[in-house]
Ligand binder design. Structure first.
Ligand SMILES: NC(=O)c1ccc[n+]([C@@H]2O[C@H](COP(=O)([O-])OP(=O)(O)OC[C@H]3O[C@@H](n4cnc5c(N)ncnc54)[C@H](O)[C@@H]3O)[C@@H](O)[C@H]2O)c1
Ligand SMILES: [Zn+2]
Length: 388
């Protein structure tokens, strides 16, 4: 060893393969439906004795589906070799659970008291918020126990459950604490979507608009054609859009070469710098999906005002948002000093240079590193004036 040698003793890459498995189904807990059983066996392979399962269910889902705990227990008993259900707990649905540190603690307590080891699993049934909390608890307990997601909202099925992230809010900031931990299986059951309130149903399609803008002009055209049918809750119109959006999100994460987001650019967060800030400015009363719709509208008008995006595609984007029942403005757009702090928070979250993804056309994103604050104020004023 030479004390002043800068050459490392070794320098090797660590490759850790993960499997990403997603099922789309209808009535997952019907004992005649084998999809969920298959998902659980894939999530916990090679076991000669049944493992144990602790389940956390979104309180909003339990209200809408009061028989769910019994259905889950019956389903697990009806199929050989599935985990033993040792715990079911309700978790407050929505952003409340991400703001309350005791919810992560509840997951840790369950893992501890029920001896959920790395061969057992935690199941989360719920919206994106509950999935984020339970996924985070599962990721940090024993440095990671298996976890299976059953998303129950449009947004969780068309976006958040596809990802490899989890997180909770701290210090008044979205997702300040969290981890990258791919789920062991994801089962999207469209039956759950039937009990969503209209606002949550519509809100979830903002992420489909986002991914269509980024990656798939044909999906954008489908949203233009079917927006009204989706808004009036046609499952025939909505389900292909949800599956396509999920697939595009998953492909980006799995094939984009940066699943753990080490690069500065984060295209899937198009429209999100403002959305995340609006959520915290409204003390998280504005739901994520609705905030994303407003964030997309703001970045669209901004891109048009700086001459990046044409007037025609900009008008199409604003129209699609409206047809899907998404708001394009919010009273908080009057507090632009506060809102624009979101840009700095966005940069801080990733580190390095500010990188915002904007559109130069539908299906054609570009990265920009500077924001013209005067033009951004004008964009907000325009939205307030026309859609306020
Ligand atoms: N981890 C990620 O990669 C990622 C990506 C995008 C979004 N997210 C997060 O997801 C969260 C938003 O998730 P969301 O839009 O799914 O909403 P949500 O989890 O906030 O749930 C919204 C409401 O719907 C209720 N609900 C859920 N399913 C229901 C059903 N089937 N029937 C009736 N009520 C139901 C919930 O109880 C809650 O009151 C945000 O916290 C966001 O930051 C995470
Ligand atoms: Zn989002």
């Amino acid at each position: 060893m030479r004390p002043h040698d800068a050459t490392p003793a070794w320098d090797r890459e660590i490759a850790v393969p993960f499997r990403h498995r997603v099922w789309f189904t209808d009535g997952a807990l019907d004992p005649a439906n084998p999809a969920f059983a298959h998902a659980l066996r894939c999530a916990c392979p090679g076991r000669d004795s049944p493992s144990r399962m602790a389940a956390f269910i979104d309180s909003g889902v339990l209200t809408a589906w009061p028989q769910l705990t019994d259905q889950l227990a019956r389903y697990l008993q009806a199929h050989a070799g599935l985990p033993e259900l040792v715990w079911v707990e309700s978790m407050p649905g929505g952003e409340a659970c991400k703001n309350d540190p005791s919810c992560v603690e509840d997951v840790l307590d369950a893992v501890d008291h029920l001896r959920i080891d790395r061969h057992s699993m935690v199941l989360a049934i719920g919206g994106g918020a509950v999935l984020d909390v339970v996924g985070f608890g599962a990721a940090i307990a024993h440095r990671g126990v298996r976890h299976v997601r059953m998303p129950t909202t449009v947004l969780a099925q068309d976006d958040s459950a596809m990802g490899v992230k989890n997180g909770v809010n701290r210090k008044g900031k979205k997702n300040f604490t969290g981890s990258f931990a791919p789920p062991d299986a994801v089962v999207c059951d469209r039956a759950f979507l039937g009990t969503l309130p209209d606002s949550a149903w519509c809100g979830g399609f903002s992420e489909a608009v986002k991914i269509a803008l980024l990656k798939d002009a044909a999906l954008f055209s489908t949203l233009e054609r079917d927006g009204a049918a989706i808004r009036s809750r046609s499952m025939d119109a909505a389900w292909p859009v949800i599956m396509r959006s999920a697939e595009l999100h998953a492909r980006h994460i799995l094939d984009g070469g940066d699943p753990f987001e080490t690069r500065e650019a984060r295209p899937l967060d198009h429209g999100h710098w403002a959305a995340h800030r609006l959520e915290s400015m409204t003390s998280f009363e504005l739901p994520h999906g609705e905030a994303v719709g407003i964030g997309l509208a703001l970045d669209t008008v901004y891109a048009r005002r700086i001459g990046l995006l044409g007037a025609e595609p900009a008008a199409r984007i604003l129209r699609v948002l409206a047809n899907l029942g998404l708001a394009r403005s919010h009273p908080m757009l009057r507090s632009m000093d506060d809102l624009m702090r979101g840009l700095e928070e966005f940069r801080e979250h990733l580190g390095g240079t500010l990188t915002i993804t904007l559109m130069r056309d539908i299906g054609h994103p570009v990265e920009v590193h500077e924001i013209d604050r005067v033009a951004m104020r004008e964009a907000a004023a325009e939205l307030l004036d026309q859609h306020g």
